[in-house]
Ligand binder design. Structure first.
Ligand code: ARG
Length: 567
């Protein structure tokens, strides 16, 4: 579509003696395809050209009429509406997809750049709830989007594996814990102990002192404290890993907060050397009042370094040691101020790459309309949600397609896909709601709907193969009717959608795009015989079916979903 818009702008620029680039930025998609495929509004040109918008539109429309690149050009109310040569667009589209569908989406604009993406990053010994799904899957999709755009991507899980909380975990485990129970279900058991700690501490505040003492022992390298801490992490990681395996998420590095323990002093010294540290109520902070922000606390009165200091150390490590040029953080919107402070401090430290740090925030997940809170012990474990979704998908498949091979694998892809798609289709700053009756609806705007449409296209192509009919390579296209054209025209916009999704870190644009292509494909499929049509048309329709199959599969890939060939 970009090339087509450029050609439109070029031609119009030629007619008006104006630079094409200026005009290209003005080109819009008319509200409906009935009006035209593309339109150039001439209102902004009126002043420069000293003519009315409609006069300009008429001049352009007349000039374009001789061009073979446009099937029609019309001036309407100050707009030039053009119709494209459908067959030419379709031929170009199919050729590109046949060469490699990823080329339809990406121009690989960022080759040579390295992005470190910090995502998922759950806290050890706290539940991995449905809320964590957001960071994990928005992050995974961003990883895939950036990689497709040419970045070398380093996916990092910044595990919350350090902090005073571990003092509480240790106290609770030593008092009420049971080794077998922890081994059997580490995340739930450790969390249960943690909740119990808080309950008992209300009556016995001295527990808090014990916890502080244990954390101090941990910091000082006490053997018992360290081995318990290490064990909690190992067991929790095993449990997280099961969820990551289900989701198909793989990190390049697990570099938790504790990894930076020996890298914090250097940060504090660097801040001091630059004269950025000031004393405040016994703590050391970086004053950010000039930037309208509260101070960034670097070291607390008891000498303990905190979350922000660790993030400074982590950022410097990612840039200096891992070679990242861009630092991306996929973390909930409640940490917005924290990242503004960290990025500002990096800038004050004289790190020019601070301008390439980006907090990709997101809203809170609701479950059946309700907010979840770990504090109040109200958690819905992601693993339970995924397993239930898989079981339901399995039941639906059993009903719809009892003869299907590989039912377990397909149920897994569909169940997990349903949960993930529901999350990603919502713009990340909004609060998505999770409702069982919606996420698995095969006819709704869901993952299963997209996957099912993909499987349907695969099934048409399988049938063609059985009948000895193959998809033509770079076929010539005849006339395309509206349903065919709509599908072609939508797919031809993949690159623009993709680049916006990358630039705005917004996977929901890809999800929306996948849904639109599926709607268009299903309309095409319902309105037209494909295999039963006459040979000339059949080749064209098979090529379109194959193109749609690949586009949908690639969009699903960018969202972190699988695309089963049958379901
Ligand atoms: N563990 C934190 C939490 O669950 C998120 C960490 C995000 N990453 C970072 N570099 N601060 O709230």
């Amino acid at each position: 579509m970009r090339a087509i818009k450029a050609a439109f702008a070029e031609a119009a620029g030629h007619i008006l003696s104006l630079p094409a680039g200026e005009l290209e930025a003005l080109i819009v998609h008319p509200p409906s395809l009935e009006m035209g495929d593309l339109a150039l509004p001439c209102f902004r040109l009126a002043k420069t050209l000293r003519k009315s918008p409609q006069e300009i539109a008429i001049q352009v429309a007349e000039g374009l009429r001789g061009s073979r690149a446009f099937a029609a050009a019309e001036a309407v109310n100050g707009y030039v509406n053009v119709r494209l040569v459908r067959s030419a667009v379709a031929e170009q589209l199919v050729r590109t997809i046949q060469e490699g569908v990823e080329q339809l989406f990406s121009r690989r604009r960022n080759v040579g750049m390295t992005a470190a993406v910090d995502y998922s990053s759950p806290n050890i010994a706290k539940p991995f709830g449905v809320g964590h799904l957001r960071s994990t899957m928005i992050g995974e999709s961003i990883v895939r989007l950036l990689r497709a755009d040419g970045y070398r991507v380093i996916g990092i899980n910044h595990l919350g594996d350090w902090g005073t909380q571990f003092g509480k975990n240790i106290v609770a485990y030593l008092k009420w814990g049971d080794e077998e129970a922890v081994r059997a279900d580490p995340v739930r058991e450790l969390f249960k102990l943690y909740v119990r700690f808080h309950e008992e501490a209300k009556e016995h505040p001295e527990l808090e002192d014990e916890a502080r003492a244990w954390f101090k022992r941990l910091e000082d390298g006490d053997e018992q404290a360290r081995s318990l801490w290490r064990w909690f992490i190992e067991e929790s990681l095993k449990a997280f890993q099961q969820v990551y395996d289900l989701l198909g998420v793989r990190f390049d590095h697990y570099l938790g907060e504790s990894f930076y323990n020996d890298k914090m002093d250097a940060v504090v010294e660097e801040l001091r050397a630059r004269g950025l540290l000031v004393a405040s109520e016994g703590a050391e902070v970086v004053d950010l009042s000039a930037y309208g922000m509260p101070p960034c606390i670097i070291r607390k009165s008891d000498g303990a370094t905190i979350y922000a200091t660790r993030d400074l150390a982590a950022a410097i490590y990612r840039h200096d040691e891992l070679g990242a040029t861009h630092l991306i953080y996929v973390v909930g919107a409640e940490q917005t101020l924290h990242f503004q402070q960290v990025f500002k401090v990096l800038e004050l430290m004289g790190k020019p790459w601070a301008q390439h740090c980006r907090h990709v925030a997101f809203g809170m997940m609701k479950y059946n309309g309700e907010r979840l809170s770990t504090r109040r012990g109200k958690v819905v474990y992601l693993e339970d949600v995924l397993n239930r979704a898989i079981a339901e998908a399995r039941r639906i498949i059993e009903e719809k397609n009892p003869g299907l091979e590989d039912k377990d694998a397909v149920a897994r892809a569909v169940g997990v896909g349903a949960v993930v798609f529901n999350d990603l289709k919502t713009y990340r700053m909004h609060d998505p709601d999770f409702r069982w009756e919606e996420v698995l609806n095969f006819d709704g705007e869901t993952g299963p709907y997209v996957q099912y449409t993909h499987a349907r296209a695969c099934s048409v192509l399988r049938k063609a193969q059985q009948e000895g009919v193959s998809v033509p390579v770079s076929p010539a296209f005849g006339e395309l009717d509206d349903a065919e054209w709509h599908l072609v025209f939508l797919m031809a916009q993949a690159n623009e959608v993709f680049e916006r999704a990358v630039d705005e870190f917004d996977p929901s644009l890809i999800a929306r795009f996948a849904l639109d292509v599926c709607h268009a494909f299903n309309r095409f499929y319902h309105d037209h015989p494909i295999l039963a049509s006459e040979p000339a048309v059949r080749g064209q329709r098979l090529a379109l079916t194959d193109a749609a199959r690949q586009v949908v599969a690639y969009a699903l890939y960018l969202l972190g979903l699988e695309a089963p060939e049958a379901m």
